[in-house]
Structures are given as C-alpha cells and as structure tokens.
Design a protein around this ligand. Structure first.
Ligand code: 5MM
Length: 343
C-alpha cells in the first residue's frame, strides 16, 4: 500500500486524476435506511458494512475511483475479515474521505430554507479523521428553488459555513470538497433550466467570494456542484443544452486555480448523469478537470443487483464496475450510449 499523499495540492490533483472520479458513499444512517428499504433489507451495522465492503472490493474501485466519501460509522468499521474499510480503499489505490457536516437543518427566520450544521468542534474531529486516514472531507450546503426562493440570507449563510469548513480542513491537512447543491428535486421542482442557471451562478459567485474572505487555498480544494438542469418536474433539456449551460455557468464563476470540479448527480438517472458529463468533456475547452462525485448514479444499479444477498456480491460488483467505467469514459469525454447496450 502506497504511503498517503500529504500536500493539499497533490491530494486535490489525485482526486481528479484522468479518467477517475469520486464515489459518494457517505449516506447518513437515515438515508442508507431509505436506500435499503428499496431492496427490502434491514439497515444494521453489519448490512451497511457488507454493502460498502462489496463496493470497495470491486474491480471498478481500483480502475476508476480516486476517492471515497465515507460516513463517520464507515471510516471506523472493519471488513468481515477484520481489515479496516479505509485500508481496503487505500489498497485499491484510492483515497479515503469523510463527510463532516451534520446535515441541513431548518434555518431560523427563513421558512423553507436550510443551513448546514456541524462547525462546532470540527477542528478536533478533523484531527481524529486525519489520524484515521482521511485526506479529504465533504460539506454539503443545500439551496432550494421556488418562485420566492432562495433568499439572499440563506445563500450567504450557507456560503459562509462552507468557507469556514474549508479553511478548517486545510488547516488540518485535509482537502475540502465544497458542495453547494442547488436542488433539482426540491419542491415544487418545476423550475426551468434558466432559473437553475441564474441561481447556481448566484450561489457559486457567493461561495467563491466567501472562500476568498476565509483565505481558502483554491489549489487545495475541489468543487462539487450541481449541473445546470431543469427541475425534476419540468421539461427535460437536451444533453447538449445541459452541457453548454453548465460549462458557461461554471466558467463565469469558478477560478481556474481550482484543480477540479466533481459533480453530484442530484436525482438524474444513471445514464443522464453520465451523458451530461461526457458531453461537457467532449465539446469544451476547460480550465479545470471535470469529473464525477456521484452517490445515487454510481450505486443504484449495484444496490439492486446485490439485493442484500451474499450470493449476489459478484453481480453487485459487476454492476458497480460497469457504472464506474461508463463515468470514467465520461470524465474523458469518450462515453457513447452504445456502450451501455453492449454491456
Ligand atoms: C451519498 O449521499 C449524500 C447524502 O448524504 P445524507 O445522508 O447526509 O443526505 C450526498 O451528500 C452526496 O454526497 C451528494 O449529494 C451526491 O450524491 P448524489 O446522489 O446527488 O450523486
């Protein structure tokens, strides 16, 4: 197992290595229970361990995954044979990362909006996670769109929290993934792609202003944004339109000093998330690496194929490896729909 990379800039570059992306496996206990409910599996410490061990031991991990975002429970867990799950990730040539936010909570005085909590005690927690092997972290701020939302107050407060988190991470030698998610599947979710563009641009401009004020080193961070896309309950823009508007929005807001942008999938179907990423990489000159940091769009097929049954571990791993492979091609701008059918 190679020694861990230590410089912030080197870690960030490794996280967006050519043809690789990040696996978001940091579902909190409440979220993983929802996912397991879909396959009729009880969520226990053991079933959560078995599921994640299956993913981390897959072929796709070694070839296509640069880093894995873990939940607090997982970074402390051992595989069935006693090996720490974080070591399995490192043995696969990938970097363990950790979700450090405590979730989005209602924002006082701002009905319908949230603020992400978890800054208190973060310096101490980061030191512990570093000792457990984490070299990057994640914090997600959530922004909802409606006729009257978001408000400036919510955008500003979420951006400030992201910046304070990012500065604390860098102090601890940990690369922050800065994730301001403008929801596509919020309520009512019928907004247009142009409204998503306007809000995403506003949010990203505010986030980078706060990162600057907080003295965050741009070369030592990764941005994890949403794509610019129609609301879940609105018409569906073409792949070309999503790619063009997303790239235009990012070019107008994200400094070239940022080494990489790793998208969330946000409720897109597996293939949509892959197609959009591929179109961006294939058709535009970009100042940063563009790759994936998907949760649902990398795991959904694997979860279904596994179904919680030990005899389906190989099938689950094959499904995961296929999705990771398709997204690896997309990160290089070389994915084609025919490749899905061929598989
Ligand atoms: C893995 O999902 C994460 C959600 O965690 P919670 O249990 O705290 O809701 C989520 O933050 C994820 O890392 C990103 O949003 C990307 O996931 P998707 O599914 O949107 O690609």
């Amino acid at each position: 197992m190679a020694a861990p990379i230590e410089r912030l800039e080197d870690i960030a570059i490794a996280m967006v290595a050519d043809g690789k992306g990040i696996l978001a496996a940091d579902e909190s206990s409440a979220t993983i229970k929802k996912r397991f409910d879909t396959i009729g599996l009880a969520s226990t410490e053991e079933s959560r361990r078995d599921y994640r061990e299956m993913l981390f031991r897959s072929e796709g991990m070694k070839k296509y995954i640069s880093g894995v975002i873990l939940y607090d429970e997982t970074i402390r867990q051992n595989a069935a044979d006693g090996t720490p799950l974080a070591d399995i990730i490192r043995q696969a040539g990938s970097i363990p990362g950790i979700k450090v936010d405590a979730g989005a909570k209602p924002l006082a005085a701002f009905p319908g909006e949230t603020i992400t909590e978890g800054l208190d005690g973060m310096r101490e927690r980061l030191a512990e996670y570093y000792a457990l092997g984490a070299r990057f972290a994640k914090w997600r701020g959530v922004i909802s769109i409606s006729d009257s939302l978001p408000t400036w107050g919510a955008v500003k407060q979420n951006a400030q929290a992201l910046a304070r988190y990012a500065a604390l991470c860098q102090e601890a030698g940990i690369v922050p993934i800065v994730e301001p998610e403008v929801l596509m599947d919020g309520k009512p979710g019928d907004h247009s792609i142009d409204r998503c563009y306007e809000v995403t641009q506003w949010v990203l401009k505010t986030v980078f202003a706060e990162l600057y004020d907080a003295r965050v080193i741009l070369e030592g961070m990764i941005l994890k944004p949403n794509m610019v896309i129609d609301g879940k309950n609105a018409r569906k823009a073409s792949v070309e339109e999503v790619a063009e508007k997303t790239v235009r929005c990012l070019k107008s807001t994200v400094p070239a000093a940022v080494p990489g942008i790793a998208f969330l999938s946000g409720g897109q179907s597996d293939e949509e998330a892959t197609a959009h990423l591929s179109a961006m990489n294939a058709n535009f000159d970009l100042p940063w690496k563009l790759t994936f940091s998907y949760g649902r769009a990398l795991q959904a097929a694997a979860l279904k194929a596994w179904g919680g049954k030990p005899e389906n571990v190989a099938a689950g791993q094959r499904a995961f490896t296929h999705r990771a492979h398709m997204n690896s091609l997309a990160a290089l701008g070389g994915w084609e729909p025919e490749l899905e059918k061929a598989a």
